[in-house]
Design a protein around this ligand. Structure first.
Ligand code: HEC
Length: 421
């Protein structure tokens, strides 16, 4: 029952997280777009009122005319819309999900004893330290003299993010590391809104109300943080979907893959921001595609042999060397079934017995030999290529067992398999 309730909490908070995340990033992308499309005002009287630029657009069957003031309008309107609850709700639901899945379920999702032998409290402590530490260090850097030089600041932040990605991948399971990297960036983004952008805007509004000239530094600071946020967006969104792609977080060099794909995301965003302002060089996009293709090529698995073991026996052909997996006694499909039933079906069964799993995770059931044969590719990917299953190696699968699955898969993954060579 408890696991069932946790599942509903998970579903509900994920749904809200997703919806508010769309609203947040959607409005944030819109305002970046707006800012970068401003044209000089057509009407001279607007300019006298302090309007810096304007945009005309058409959407949903109506015409819109937005104007941006250099600092603030002489008099504030009665109704002024703020954009902050999208960000806050995204963060609150995100933290709830993180705590529910990765902290409450740390033994399954955050700790991987083959990476680091952490206790649950130690892992959670390290996770929280990254989230808080990330913001503190970033904020201090922005406020330091370095903060005056955007390029240098960006370089230092990027270097520190590489260290953080590496550190997390040395401490946590691959997916735990990835999600915490995303959560750290997301926390910085929301803290930028909460601690810098919104308070600055409040001061500007207050000054305008009292007839004082708002401090333009508030606008400049807010703008800097908002620019950072825009470049963090694509890496964060990659992390949020990366959980479905074990080839990334399950890889030996997962930290490098994380950094490379994040960099590609930043480059793509750089291109779009530049394009808003007019013609933009395609170089950042070309670089990003090169990085993505490079990563894809670098982590490509070896192609499986398509010839079936029985065919090979018939034609008398011999198989090529398979990473030493040929060693050992002959194996049969029955041995594969035994391995899977010992290591997988406590979770991946019609009725899982492993605590915390009300239903087979990801809908993958492996009780029956036919199911095992049908899921051969995924079993191979999860246990041999990325080695992320059994999750956290909670059922202690051995390397020999992984090698046996490797051999079976490469020999065609049949149910009449006899792995003698
Ligand atoms: C302790 C529980 C547990 C054990 C044991 C376990 N798994 Fe999983 N498995 C999970 C969870 C949780 C997920 C879902 C991960 C996610 O949310 O993406 C999963 C997902 C999968 C998927 C789907 C991955 C995808 O995204 O396509 C496959 C395939 C899989 N496991 C295979 C195996 C195999 C093979 C074994 C045995 C060697 C195994 N698992 C053992 C918990 C377990």
């Amino acid at each position: 029952m408890e696991a069932y309730i946790v599942d509903w909490l998970n579903l509900f908070s994920r749904w809200v997280h997703f919806i508010t995340g769309i609203a947040w990033i959607g409005s944030s992308f819109y305002f970046v777009w707006l800012d970068n499309h401003l044209l000089p005002v057509a009407d001279k009287s607007d300019e006298d009122k302090g309007v810096a630029g304007e945009v005309w657009s058409v959407h949903g069957g109506g015409f819109y005319h937005a104007q941006k003031y250099r600092v603030a309008p002489g008099q504030l309107p009665d109704t002024l819309h703020w954009f902050k609850w999208e960000a806050y709700t995204t963060w609150i639901t995100g933290m709830f999900l993180l705590a529910l899945i990765y902290w409450y379920g740390a033994e399954i999702y955050l700790v991987d004893r083959s990476v680091a032998d952490l206790s649950q409290p130690a892992a959670i402590g390290a996770a929280v330290a990254f989230l808080i530490g990330g913001w503190v260090v970033y904020d201090l850097l922005c406020k330091s003299p370095l903060g005056k030089n955007d390029a240098a600041l960006g370089g230092v932040i990027f270097a520190l993010l590489i260290v953080a990605a590496w550190g997390m991948c040395e401490l946590f399971s691959g997916r735990g590391a990835y999600i915490h990297f995303g959560a750290m960036l997301g926390t910085i983004m929301v803290a930028n809104v909460f601690f810098v952008i919104i308070p600055g805007q409040s001061r500007m509004v207050e000054a305008t109300r009292e007839g004082r000239t708002p401090d333009p530094d508030d606008g400049i600071r807010g703008k800097q943080r908002s620019v950072h946020n825009t470049y963090f967006t694509l890496p964060v969104l990659f992390v949020m979907i990366s959980i479905h792609y074990a080839m990334t977080f399950g890889h030996e060099y997962n930290w490098l893959i994380l950094i490379a794909i994040s960099l590609a995301g930043v480059l793509i965003r750089i291109y779009f921001v530049a394009r808003h302002k007019g013609k933009a060089s395609l170089l950042p996009v070309a670089l990003a595609l090169l990085i993505l293709l490079g990563v894809a090529a670098a982590i490509a698995p070896h192609a499986p042999r398509t010839t079936r073991a029985t065919d090979a026996a018939d034609t008398g052909t011999t198989t090529g060397p398979i990473d030493g997996a040929q060693a050992g006694a002959p194996m049969t499909f029955a041995d594969i079934v035994t391995i899977v039933q010992a290591r997988c079906t406590t979770c991946h069964g019609a009725v899982p017995t492993f605590a915390g799993f009300p239903a087979a995770p990801a809908g993958v059931e492996l009780d029956q030999p036919e199911q095992i044969a049908k899921e051969a590719l995924r079993i191979y990917q999860q246990t041999v290529i990325t080695r992320i299953m059994p999750i956290g190696n909670l059922t202690q699968m051995t390397d020999e067992e992984r090698m046996t699955i490797d051999r079976w898969y490469r020999d065609g993954a049949t149910i009449d398999w006899i792995g003698a060579h």
